[in-house]
Design a protein around this ligand. Structure first.
Ligand code: NDP
Length: 807
């Protein structure tokens, strides 16, 4: 008996590994049935394959199929089809649209096995992930958005579809990214043209077949396959109302530049270098398991991969040992093997890039630990990698590798962890591991990222918005915030023209250097102080009767630089309580009200007295209005169908550079200030060129209303010149431009320096007197960015289990 036991134990120990292969027969049969050649899906039918390129299996190099490369005429055909289809699609009632989305969810679910295999064959990721993570999430996205389609008319009464959405997706989560793009677009009443990545088009083509199968109206979904050039054709189409892009920051910036000034909505979901922070009180085993998901899920080819590990110094050696032990257990190999943890890298060029970055780090003095892997030599496999002895300046620490490579850093205090975590141009996600909920919730708002996972990582759901801060892009996908991205305010393109203050546009200014008589130059307001123009230049301000009023400073690059510095130093405005902000704003309104006659008199120099009074009255009301909003632009608690709740918190954008309007100059100036300040932003504002007097003198009200220095900075001068400097300055987080349309293209194009969020609207044709105007309501929503904080309940579950067991 004893001997038998021993032999079983021995057998068990020495048992060889046997693959548990998922069958690829059905997927290959489908490829064969289509003669392994595919055209585009345009206007509800497939085009004849043409101009094809090959797609291969990265795990073994085997040929899979030939895919058509879309050219300009394919894209134009798709646009014509999508434009016509969108009219019909948006005129269906919500329930009809919902039924189609529901049908898509069901048909994907029924085909999930084949889709999972096809995705694994083309991408190289493990079947365990495609089967258990990707495809179920795809299905969930279509179900969730069938729900949004159903209630759209109730929940978004003041909004309408953007029209046709052009969508470009990467290769790392091919079908999942397709669902993140197509499901919300369709739910919101748009039609789409989607371009999958060159390397991974097959599941998108299969999805097109499913659209055909459920009888989706023709032209609502168009799939045009191809490469970057096809993508360029797509983004250049005038009739497309929105571009949604996921991919590298480099291409994202290029797209921003190409679409600048074209009036298209834009969502960019880009790269990252996300911190994974382990505190000394964390459940280390759970954290290490979380780390496996964070960096080795999908071979590390994940935009929000926890690729920068930050461990509290006192536990760093212990954590390192555990990681190394866990790495040795990771199985890398044939992705169709159900027991494999990591499959193949997407292609040879990505494999080479990863290898080069790792070798470079070694040359710079880092230590590299890798496990031994035995894989198909023809496949693109790369071992799990841990890099220690790093410096913050190393490329491997700063740049996205997009591979299974983890860099190891340490910290001593929570503040130091925040500093290291934020020491990057990216801001996509962060993972925080601690058993102290106070510490976790203290850290979450301090980290500049769009998604925070507490004691968890890489969690996604259709009900929860996903997207970045800073150079990780803007816009959100998922949740209610994601639906807004596919809508525009009703009447956005035909705002009411207001002529009441047209007089002000007749005002003349003369640029010249200040003369040597008594200086009457209105100064700037920077860092809470009055400041003379750096260049010493000014212009004469002439009233409506042609009389000289005063001289107004002409700001330059240096003035803007000083203002940006001050605004960045006044970050406490963004973290102070909303109640405090409202108090300051009410105080501004109160003080302006006290000086009403004086401000009316300033405006009367340029407009009729009755109009001046209306404008000042509205400005006082406006400050009250936005003071009221300081603590009412609530976030949400999203309900993901897992043991977690997600707090969707509205956070300030940071420093906003604003170019005010020539129309209703004082009211527009106060509106912009009110909007920005109410949500915790700091501002550098350029007032009207023609009528800046009341705006420049508003510093006196600011000075007596407890506004901290640097929160508001006012610089007069050329909107073109100053707007340009603000747009390219990397210390500015967002640009709002209400000046002339002729600047929009330049402003949006220059915003790529640090990927500022931009909002441009022709201030002259806006109805500034109406707080309910769609543009102002939308701007309030756009004065914040949503951070989703996932709070995992697993601990609670353990507590409940413990109680149950005890009873
Ligand atoms: P890209 O950003 O180049 O590609 C993403 C998508 O954009 C693809 O569909 C691509 O087409 C398309 N595209 C490329 N150039 C243009 C263009 N000029 N205009 C319009 N569309 C364009 O990513 P890559 O696939 O080349 O990967 C490069 C690096 O980007 C990776 O090493 C990784 O670091 C990062 N990356 C980040 C992702 C993320 O989610 N954050 C996802 C993928 C990559 P095509 O596939 O044909 O080139």
């Amino acid at each position: 008996m004893r001997g038998q036991d021993l032999s079983i134990a021995k057998e068990f120990k020495e048992m060889g590994y046997g693959e548990a292969l998922e069958s690829d027969a059905a997927a290959l049969e489908w490829l064969e049935k289509n003669k392994r050649k595919f055209g585009h899906f345009i206007d509800g039918k497939f085009t004849k394959p043409s101009n094809t390129f090959k797609t291969t299996n990265p795990a073994n190099g085997k040929f899979l199929a030939e895919i058509s490369k879309g050219n300009l005429s394919d894209i134009k055909l798709a646009v014509t089809s999508a434009v016509a289809a969108q009219k019909r699609w948006s005129s269906l009632n919500s329930h009809e649209r919902a039924k189609y989305l529901y049908a898509l969810a069901r048909v994907i679910q029924k085909n999930s096995r084949l889709l999972a295999v096809l995705e694994t064959l083309e991408n190289g990721k493990s079947i365990r992930e495609t089967r258990d993570i990707d495809i179920p999430l795809v299905v969930r996205h279509f179900y969730h958005h069938a729900g949004w389609a159903e209630i759209l008319h109730e929940e978004f009464k003041d909004y309408e579809p953007v029209g046709v959405a052009g969508q470009i997706i990467p290769w790392n989560f091919p079908l999942l990214m397709l669902s993140w793009k197509i499901a919300p677009a369709l739910a919101a009443g748009n039609s789409v043209i989607l371009k999958p990545a060159e390397t991974t088009s097959l599941t998108a083509i299969y999805f097109a077949k499913l659209c055909e199968m459920i009888g989706l109206p023709k032209g609502v979904v168009n799939i045009v396959t191809g490469d970057g050039e096809t993508g360029e054709h797509l983004i250049s189409q005038d009739k497309i109302g929105k571009i949604a892009f996921t991919g590298s920051t480099e291409v994202g910036k290029r797209i921003r530049k190409k679409t600048a000034g074209k009036g298209k909505k834009l969502t960019l979901e880009l790269g990252g270098k996300s911190p994974f922070i382990i505190f000394d009180d964390a459940d280390i085993d759970s954290a290490v398991e979380g780390l496996v998901d964070a960096i080795w899920l999908n071979q590390g080819e994940v935009c929000c991969a926890g690729s920068r590990l930050l461990v509290q110094e006192s536990i760093s050696e212990k954590v390192k040992r555990k990681i190394v032990a866990r790495m040795k257990k990771l199985r890398v190999g044939n992705p169709l093997d159900k027991s494999v943890d990591m499959g193949a890298i997407i292609n040879q060029s990505q494999l080479k890039k990863i290898g080069q970055m790792v070798s470079e780090s070694e040359k710079e003095g880092a230590k590299v630990f890798q496990t031994n892997i035995k894989c198909d030599a023809k496949g693109c496999f790369y071992p799990p990698t841990l890099i220690t002895d790093t410096e913050p300046s190393m490329e491997i620490v700063r740049e996205e590798v997009f591979g299974p490579v983890l860099v190891f850093l340490t910290f001593r205090t929570p503040n130091e962890a925040v500093e290291i975590a934020n020491n990057t141009q990216y801001g996509l996600a962060a993972s925080i591991w601690t058993e102290n909920i106070n510490l976790a919730l203290d850290m979450a708002p301090k980290i500049k990222a769009g998604v925070i996972w507490i004691n968890s990582s890489n969690m996604f759901d259709a009900a929860v918005g996903f997207g970045g801060y800073r150079e990780s892009g803007y816009g959100r996908e998922g949740g209610k915030e994601g639906i807004f991205e596919y809508l525009k305010p009703k009447g956005h393109n035909s705002p009411k023209k207001v002529n009441r203050f047209k007089e002000s546009r007749k005002v003349k200014t003369l640029d010249q250097t200040a003369d040597s008589s008594i200086d009457q130059t209105r100064k700037f307001y920077i860092g809470g102080k009055q400041v003379r123009p750096d260049g010493g230049y000014s212009s004469k301000l002439i009233d409506k009767n042609g009389n000289f009023v005063t001289e107004v400073g002409l700001g330059n690059r240096k003035d803007i630089r000083d203002a940006v510095e001050s605004a960045n130093l006044s970050s406490s405005w963004s973290t102070t309580t909303s109640h405090n902000r409202s108090q300051v704003m009410y105080y501004l309104a109160e003080n302006l009200s006290k000086r009403k006659a004086e401000f009316c008199a300033k405006l009367e120099l340029f407009v009729e007295p009755k109009d001046a009074e209306i404008e000042v009255n509205l400005a006082i009301e406006r400050l009250f209005y936005y003071a009221a909003w300081t603590d009412k632009l609530d976030g949400a608690v999203h309900q993901a169908p897992i043991r977690a709740n997600t707090l969707a918190i509205n956070e300030p954008l940071g420093v906003i550079g604003a170019i005010s309007s020539e129309s209703e100059p004082f009211l527009s100036f106060i509106t912009i200030l009110g909007l920005a300040l109410s949500q915790g932003n700091r501002v550098i504002i350029i007032p009207s060129r023609a009528n800046p007097l009341a705006c420049l003198d508003f510093y006196q009200v600011i000075d007596t209303s407890d506004v901290p220095g640097g929160v508001v900075n006012i610089i007069s001068g050329s909107p073109g010149e100053l707007g340009k400097v603000l747009s390219e300055h990397s210390g500015v987080d967002a640009i709002w431009h209400f000046g002339s349309k002729k600047y929009f293209s330049e402003v949006e194009s220059l915003s790529i320096s640090n990927l500022k969020q931009t909002y441009v609207s022709d201030g002259e044709s806006m109805d500034w007197s109406n707080t309910q105007s769609p543009v102002l309501k939308e701007l309030l929503r756009r004065s914040v960015q949503v951070k989703n904080i996932w709070i995992w309940w697993e601990v609670l579950r353990y507590c409940l289990l413990a109680i149950l067991i005890q009873n």
